[in-house]
Ligand binder design. Structure first.
Ligand code: SF4
Length: 333
């Protein structure tokens, strides 16, 4: 199976995680995103388990990702007006880049800034909360074969070494059959295994825990160094801003063949011309079968402003918002 063909499966796993996290420990508030990680390691599905009250305080900073440069400023901004070079930790790169990030952060109302002579002072608007509890990586291998198992063992070995994730799972499609025991023996014992059967759509019953995971870095709360903590926060921030429905950013919902189809409780993209779930790579600007929405779809009678493409994009964005709302504690603040 080519990596591209795993795309549809990945979306179903993401939706499952959103509906039913945690697979063996009972409900936990969590955000789900896909295709995130570091330069060395990209995870298929990423689940960020959050502290709901702190998550609500994070939402006060807005709906967009706070990227690594901005995080440096936002986390370090003091309660009282201070010259930014006194307030922030040494960045390890030229201060002029920090100054740019200060302007960007102030432009997004993440901090306040003012000028004192020729010095720029900053002050926080509110403290940046400690909202990330655990980070869980899920690798999606609908067809688990020997080479996929070998690759996975290597990747999970890397995860254990770096301590970036707290837990790792493999999700594999079984359609009623057991996962091949010989392949399971190839995998690191620390990784949990989700046996999925999405033939009847996505819900909690579609997934069995075939193997329970263990903590990748037990007691890691104290042991992680500041650099790893920052890296984890950067991943969590990207997950927050991106979610897993952002496929509409790179795909072509403005193509007349693009549809969203229901698979149980999940909505996945569908190409009516190719009669399948298109991969993100093929459903792009270079697709030979791309055909723009006729202009009259946009103007006459279509119930959503801007035509079906814009409507689908808005729908996916609303869903992401709804999931964020669901995490917030009831009646808080
Ligand atoms: S025809 Fe191409 S661009 Fe249009 S929905 Fe299908 S894959 Fe996407």
């Amino acid at each position: 199976m080519t990596p591209d063909a795993e795309f549809g499966y990945e979306l179903l796993v993401c939706r499952y995680a959103e509906l039913s996290w945690h697979p063996s420990e009972g409900p936990r508030p969590a955000l789900v995103a896909r295709q995130l990680g570091t330069r060395e390691r990209r995870w298929d599905t990423v689940v960020i388990e959050v502290d709901p009250a702190a998550f609500e305080r994070r939402r006060a900073f807005g709906e967009r990702t706070i990227d690594s440069d901005l995080l440096h400023v936002v986390r370090g901004a003091p309660p009282e007006w201070t010259w930014y070079r006194d307030a922030l930790p040494d960045p390890g790169y030229p201060w002029r880049y920090v100054r740019q990030a200060v302007h960007r952060a102030a432009g997004r109302d993440l901090i306040e800034k003012r000028r004192d002579g020729n010095r720029i002072q900053i002050r926080r608007v509110r403290p940046y909360p400690d909202w990330v509890e655990r980070i869980v990586a899920v690798e999606n291998k609908p067809d688990l074969d020997r080479s996929a198992a070998d690759r996975l063992a290597e990747q999970l070995g890397h995860d254990i070494e770096t301590g970036l994730a707290d837990e790792a799972w493999l999700a594999t499609e079984t359609t009623g059959e057991r996962v091949e025991p010989a392949l399971l023996r190839e995998l690191p014992v620390e990784a949990g295994i989700l046996a999925t059967d999405f033939s009847a759509g996505v819900d909690a019953d579609a997934v069995d825990v075939a193997w329970h995971p263990s903590d990748l870095a037990p007691g890691s709360g104290e042991r992680r160094d500041a650099e790893t903590e920052t890296l984890r926060l950067e991943i969590a921030e990207r997950a927050y801003g991106k979610g897993w429905r952002s496929f509409h950013d790179t795909m072509r919902p403005d193509c007349r063949h693009f549809e969203l189809r229901r698979e149980g409780r999940a909505l996945v993209p569908y190409c009516a011309a190719k009669e399948k779930v298109p991969t993100a790579r093929e459903c792009s600007g270079s697709c030979k079968e791309f055909s723009p929405e006729p202009p009259q779809w946009r103007t006459k009678g279509w119930p959503i402003e801007g035509g079906p493409g814009k409507g689908l994009t808005a729908l996916l964005e609303r869903r992401r918002e709804r999931e964020r709302d669901r995490i917030a504690p009831a009646g808080d603040d």
